[in-house]
Design a protein around this ligand. Structure first.
Ligand SMILES: [Zn+2]
Ligand SMILES: [Zn+2]
Length: 348
């Protein structure tokens, strides 16, 4: 099969022929037709995250990509809920055990036996990829390959984070919440999802162009980062939650400042470790009853809920670039240089 393979970390990927993988027990082989390119790909490719790189080396993984869409071509031993021809996705979560405390309480994200696509198992920038039956979302016919691809990571990560406002923070619809980094690859989904949930959304980003985009997404209020403190305090005296997608500590500091007592701070964006940590004053957290949640990716039932919103037209993907597998190095370069606003998808 054709695949984009890492030969040396951070040097151009080689699009070449490699052996087609075979599905083991409980796994399916998916013929990939579209594969979204995520910023995480760039970090993995350059070896920016040593623990992830170590796992890739340990498992012999050299193919990136965790936003795959395709059709089941072959099923492994014991697979009972999927068959040849089913249209499915291949997201970041590739396997979880289904038996541990995390899996059984609905949080396989933290399963100690979890496997990630493009980390423990080769990724989707290839003609074929493998995924376990239980981790495989089915794609509704109303959603095209290109629109579905970025939902596999960016979309479901935003969904999982905003969903926590209901399930963990118990914030009723109608209340004001802030999305920080609202114009970004994840934030633009979060604005639409939070609106679909009925929240009053203030979308915060940097610069007139990005603020304009946030407004177009349907945010109730789109505000530049420089005006956010005054705007929120004057209007409500604080928001019920800040969901932070910006990969900058400054975004978290802003999110914390904007909270009303009992407010929730949801962590999603990952600042470079070199930026250091966040200074949290216990006096502030205790005194104001601040609640903190970390949120990463999403799993099967969250995909189904998100797909429903997409089918209803309440959430749209902003794919601004499509390319072929052989053009992957140009797409990586454009993404690295910040030239792609919205998401890029490879058609394979
Ligand atoms: Zn991703
Ligand atoms: Zn488990």
């Amino acid at each position: 099969m054709r695949a984009a393979v890492i030969k040396e970390w951070g040097t151009p990927l080689e699009v070449t022929d490699v052996p087609k993988p075979e599905p083991g027990p409980g796994e399916v082989l998916v013929r990939i037709s579209a594969s979204g390119v995520c910023h995480t790909d760039i970090h993995q490719w350059k070896g920016d995250w040593p623990p992830v790189q170590a796992l890739m080396i340990q498992h012999g993984v050299r193919i990136l990509g965790h936003e795959g869409i395709g059709v089941v071509e072959e099923v492994g031993l014991g697979v009972s809920t999927l068959k040849k021809g089913d249209r499915v996705g291949v997201p970041w979560m590739n396997y979880w055990c289904g038996r541990c405390e995390y899996c059984l309480s609905g949080y396989p994200h933290w399963c100690p036996h979890a496997k990630y696509t493009s980390v423990h198992v080769d990724g989707t920038h290839a003609e074929y990829a493998i995924i376990s039956e239980r981790a495989t979302p089915r794609i509704p016919k109303e959603i095209s390959d290109v629109e579905a691809a970025p939902l596999m990571c960016a979309g479901v990560t935003a969904y999982g984070a905003v969903r926590k406002l209901i399930t963990e923070a118990a914030i009723p619809p109608g209340k004001p919440i802030a999305i920080i980094g609202a114009a970004g690859g994840l934030g633009h989904y979060a604005v639409q999802i939070a609106k679909a949930f009925g929240y009053t959304v203030v979308g915060i980003d940097v610069g007139a162009e990005r603020v304009k985009f946030v407004e177009k997404l349907g945010a109730d209020y789109a505000v530049d980062v420089g005006e956010a403190d005054k705007f929120v305090m004057d209007k409500w005296g604080g928001v019920y939650a800040s969901v932070v997608f910006t990969p900058r500590l400054e975004g978290y500091r802003l999110g914390l400042r904007l909270l009303r007592p009992l407010g929730a701070l949801v962590f999603v964006g990952l600042p470079d470790m070199k930026e250091g940590g966040l200074e949290l004053y216990p006096l502030v957290v205790v005194g104001r009853g601040i609640r903190i949640f970390g949120s990463s990716v999403g799993v099967t039932h969250e995909f189904e809920e998100l797909f429903n919103l997409v089918v209803q037209g309440k959430v749209k993907s902003h794919v601004t670039k499509t390319a072929s597998l052989s053009e992957i190095n140009e797409v990586f370069k454009d993404l690295e240089e910040g030239k792609i606003v919205g998401r890029a998808v490879l058609k394979i």
